[in-house]
Write a protein that binds this ligand. Structure first.
Ligand SMILES: [Zn+2]
Length: 417
């Protein structure tokens, strides 16, 4: 299956996605973890912002930063029913090159395609780079879009701290920014007629299908819970094995129960424990407490709840068998995000009927979806790996993605759109 690039021949004047990606390939490399570490307002982020401003200016776009650190590059005078496209420039610690930047680079490239083809939009087109999508510095994913949309309270955000104890407020001021500008900008959102985010796929669905592109049907629901197992702290040498109430052993059994419940829930279910914390965490000490953070995702909200109930029943039994106690705290629950069906269908039709696939990852597009007709385009990732250096995309698929995005912008911003 091929996706026709209608923007075609005139594209020779634009540098191409691969060469734009090469322009930022040395910014924010992580020598310890591999890949990239690019976090809000650190040196890498500032360098990427400067690159974005230069790249947009080269296309004649006018760049502004909104009150929440998101960058907007306008093609045409800012006005109503604007067609927005873009993604984010930050990464997780040790992340891949494509998650985020591919969407921003493709948006710039798509504008370059259309300009080279002589297209004149009848609605403004705006390329956006959202701030701190990964939440890697201040722990709040989609920070820029959450503040913009009013989903997060600016006062609570200002009090957040990074790993070095620097508050958001301090980091914001140190960058010469004014905390008074933080918060919802309903007028800005109301001025957007559509938002389309192109993103590298975070899975192997397209590789398995042998297709370069898809649209997103939905962001599947997910939740996070903290599991706390209390036992009895004691001496590792003087306490016999019989009669111990070791919360680490109980947690180990509970973690296996988490996996078993997910497997029992069927192939669409996901459950992960990627973080544990032991108190007091001493080599020669039977712990008094062990905590774990549980992440569950499934196709529907009720499937997540049902899987959680089964998980906790199994975990309770496992913990009780070790004579320890389990308590559970819900830290977040994100219901399913359905993208705009009419916009998604229109994009799929423009792209010769590419498939619609759900995603298990969060995106700024998911935050904007309740406010603006929103859709996503995914580009094939041969390894399926994401949030790690192994993430990738073939150059030809990236060029196909940018050409497809250009076709979508032409359709959405063209005469009579
Ligand atoms: Zn992303």
């Amino acid at each position: 299956m091929t996706v026709r690039a209608r923007s075609g021949v005139a594209d020779r004047m634009s540098p191409g996605v691969a060469s734009r990606m090469a322009q930022i390939a040395d910014i924010g490399r992580d020598p310890v973890r591999g890949g990239y570490s690019r976090h809000l307002l650190d040196n890498a982020d500032l360098a990427l912002r400067a690159w974005f401003r230069r790249s947009a200016a080269d296309l004649g776009l006018e760049v502004e930063q909104d009150g929440n650190g998101n960058l907007w590059a306008w093609w045409g005078v800012r006005g109503p029913q604007a067609v927005a496209t873009g993604s984010h420039l930050d990464s997780v610690p040790g992340g891949g090159a494509y998650d985020g930047p591919l969407g921003v680079v493709s948006a710039l490239e798509a504008v370059a395609h259309l300009q080279a083809a002589g297209f004149v939009p009848s609605r403004p087109v705006v390329v956006v780079a959202f701030a701190e999508e990964e939440g890697s510095r201040f722990g709040l994913p989609c920070l820029g879009s959450r503040l913009l949309s009013g989903a997060s309270d600016p006062e609570a955000v200002r009090a957040r701290t990074d790993r070095d104890g620097v508050t958001f407020d301090e980091a914001w001021r140190a960058a010469g920014l004014d905390p008074a500008t933080l918060g919802a900008e309903p007028d800005r959102l109301a001025g957007l007629g559509a938002f389309v985010e192109l993103h590298v796929e975070q899975g192997r669905d397209l590789e398995d299908r042998g297709m370069p592109l898809a649209v997103a049907s939905a962001i599947i629901p997910h939740g996070r819970w903290r599991l706390t197992v209390d036992g009895e702290g004691n001496h590792a040498g003087t306490t016999p094995m019989a009669g111990r109430r070791d919360p680490v052993v109980a947690l180990a059994a509970a973690i296996l129960a988490v996996r078993d419940a997910a497997v029992a829930a069927g192939p669409a279910a996901r459950a992960t424990i990627g973080r544990v914390q032991v108190t007091p965490n001493g080599t020669n000490v039977i712990a008094s407490r062990a905590e774990a953070w549980l992440d569950i995702r499934a196709e529907a909200d009720e499937d997540v709840r049902a899987q959680l109930a089964d998980t906790l029943a199994r975990a309770e039994a496992a913990v009780a068998a070790e004579e320890c106690a389990l308590s559970v705290t819900e830290e977040s629950f994100s219901p399913i995000v359905a993208f705009d069906a009419a916009l998604t269908d229109r994009i799929a039709a423009t792209l010769d009927g590419v498939p619609a696939i759900p995603t298990g990852a969060g995106h700024d597009a998911g935050i904007l979806a309740p406010h603006v007709p929103t859709a996503m385009i995914f580009v094939r990732n041969p390894s399926g790996v994401s949030h790690a250096p192994g993430e990738g995309a073939r150059d030809e698929d990236c060029e196909t993605g940018a050409a497809a995005l250009a076709d979508v912008l032409r359709e959405l911003a063209g005469a009579g759109a």
